[in-house]
Unconditional design. Structure first.
Length: 554
């Protein structure tokens, strides 16, 4: 594990532990793997699998391999390989020297296929994909055997070698396992285990024009690597008999055990790689790392920490039953992690000018404010205070409700770390919009002075107009909203990104991309890793300060 997370220990207690403890003797070692296909960027659902596989290996003193299932050259790219490696490292896990690729086993997979043919357990089929589909049968009716099912072993060996040598076109032939066309499990009805694809592979180039199917390749990869427990999501449960068939019909020293668990489903969120890829390729979002996406690159750029993601994944737990997790649960763990380690600054996101009419026009005084409300080790900073300030527009109401404790006509409020002010009037433009709020201040009420103890119910933040630095702030809502009339059940939310011009106190000269702050009363923010510069400071809101989620007490 990385130093950033080395003191974090996640103990999983679930049905999977029972299987592991049942299978492992005192002398055997748990070996798991995380096997992504490099055809897109990882998302939060993958984080659950990463934490589970690496976490269990850590818990039992075992190992977890990183393996790329690169058996489909049509969609794979080294860009995705690199992004996946970065994401796993960011989460705090280390595969050490155990980095593998399915393509590294292609020679072995071919040899094992030849072995199955020699055993009479595989045959070359000339049926098209559509013919195979129609002959497969239904849940209530058995499938129909291929007319090529009983080819001789010699003929199958010859045809399979010619497939490898590139003598046939894509789709002209396949290699199928010979199992049982009447099996109640449709996956066992002579599944295709090799197909022809004249495509350049990102790792093997043009060496191969036949590629193994995932259901054939995956158990072989696990067995070669000595994986003891192949932990995957529930959609592979019906594929487990085929997984076992492959490992049991090839001579392996280790027979991996496949165990399924429910994948992570997050409410009102796009999780599927196909949908994410479409959004990226059609430029509907700002790349795979758009902060509105739930990709790990996106939530990293959004400002979530690896500790928060690990805590969230641990809180979700491991079960067989599918469930949908609220976004508020994810946001809760972000706040819990950010609160103790994030310094505070004052920033005004929707500014309106406040003029202190009895404060000297040419005066600037520096006030001392704490950098963290609960931790003195963060120290203090000096903030300039002047006659003209910006405050949040929502902190003033001309006709306030009874329990409005901020600024209103003839009402008092404390300016954070400064003075008590009283509203004496407003200035409006020709459309009736407030352009200035006029106040007077009591010079005896400066924070820290003897008279500062005079009580008012409200405190608001502010920045000096003369010293504040303009910044761009990105505010996010859900990327999608429910839409029963659409094909996918959702549509893009036109309000998912709101860009505002804000002002921040001038203590940000040394801010770097990925620095995080709590903007007082506005939430947690991060300097954008992609677009932040000194000339154009851009901040993304990670989460607001309010939470609707409360974790259950253990």
């Amino acid at each position: 594990m990385s130093a950033e997370n080395e003191n974090k220990e996640f103990i999983y207690e679930s049905f999977i532990n029972n299987f592991i403890e049942e299978d492992l003797s005192d002398t055997s070692e748990l070996v798991t793997r995380f096997p992504p296909e490099p055809n897109g960027y990882l998302h939060l659902g993958h984080a659950k699998s990463i934490c589970l596989n690496f976490g269990l290996a850590e818990q039992y003193g075992g190992k977890c391999n990183l393996r790329f299932d690169d058996t489909n050259p049509a969609k794979e790219d080294t860009e995705f390989v690199n992004s996946i490696k970065n994401d796993i490292k960011w989460l705090g896990f280390d595969w050490e020297d155990r980095l593998y690729f399915a393509s590294g086993y292609f020679d072995k997979m071919y040899e094992y296929a030849v072995e199955l043919i020699k055993k009479g357990l595989a045959y070359v089929c000339d049926m098209s994909a559509e013919q195979v589909r129609l002959a497969r049968g239904t849940l209530t009716e058995p499938g129909k055997e291929s007319p090529y099912r009983n080819r001789s072993i010699e003929e199958n060996l010859d045809l399979f070698e010619r497939m490898k040598n590139g003598e046939f076109a894509d789709g002209e032939k396949t290699l199928r396992a010979k199992i049982d066309m009447a099996s109640p499990n449709i996956n066992m009805r002579d599944p295709v285990i090799y197909r022809i694809a004249h495509m350049t592979h990102h790792a093997t180039g043009d060496k191969w024009c036949i590629y193994p199917m995932y259901d054939y390749a995956h158990p072989i990869e696990d067995a070669i690597e000595g994986v003891t427990h192949s932990i995957c999501t529930m959609e592979f449960e019906d594929h487990r008999p085929l997984y076992d068939w492959v490992v049991n019909n090839i001579d392996f020293k280790v027979k991996p055990r496949q165990i399924e668990f429910a994948k992570l489903n997050l409410e009102d969120t796009i999780m599927g790689k196909r949908y994410l890829r479409n959004l990226v390729e059609t430029n509907q979002v700002d790349g795979w790392d758009d902060p509105r996406l739930i990709t790990l690159s996106g939530i990293r750029r959004r400002g979530y920490t690896p500790e928060a993601i690990r805590s969230f994944c641990a809180s979700v737990g491991v079960a067989k039953a599918n469930s949908v997790v609220s976004l508020s649960q994810l946001e809760y763990y972000a706040r819990e992690d950010l609160q103790p380690k994030t310094p505070v600054r004052m920033a005004v996101l929707d500014p309106v000018k406040l003029v202190i009419t009895n404060y000297p026009e040419d005066k600037t005084e520096y006030l001392t404010l704490e950098n963290h409300p609960k931790d003195e080790s963060f120290g203090t900073r000096e903030v300039p205070f002047t006659r003209e300030l910006y405050i949040e527009r929502e902190d003033f109401l001309e006709d306030p409700p009874k329990k409005f404790f901020r600024l209103a006509p003839d009402k008092e409020v404390r300016l954070k770390g400064a003075y008590i002010v009283k509203c004496t009037g407003v200035v409006k433009d020709s459309d009736g919009n407030i352009t200035e709020i006029h106040c007077t201040y009591d010079p005896e009420t400066r924070s820290g002075s003897e008279a500062a103890g005079r009580k008012v119910k409200g405190t608001i933040h502010w920045v000096s107009c003369a010293h504040a630095k303009p910044i761009q702030v990105n505010l996010y809502e859900n990327l999608v909203i429910p839409d029963e009339g659409s094909d996918n059940g959702y549509s893009l939310n036109p309000d998912s990104l709101k860009v505002v011009k804000a002002y921040i106190e001038d203590n940000i000269s040394d801010v770097k991309p990925m620095d995080r702050f709590q903007f007082m009363r506005n939430g947690y923010f991060i300097a954008d890793s992609k677009h932040f510069t000194d000339e154009k400071p851009v901040f993304n809101r990670i989460v607001s300060l309010k939470s609707s989620f409360k974790p259950q007490k253990q």
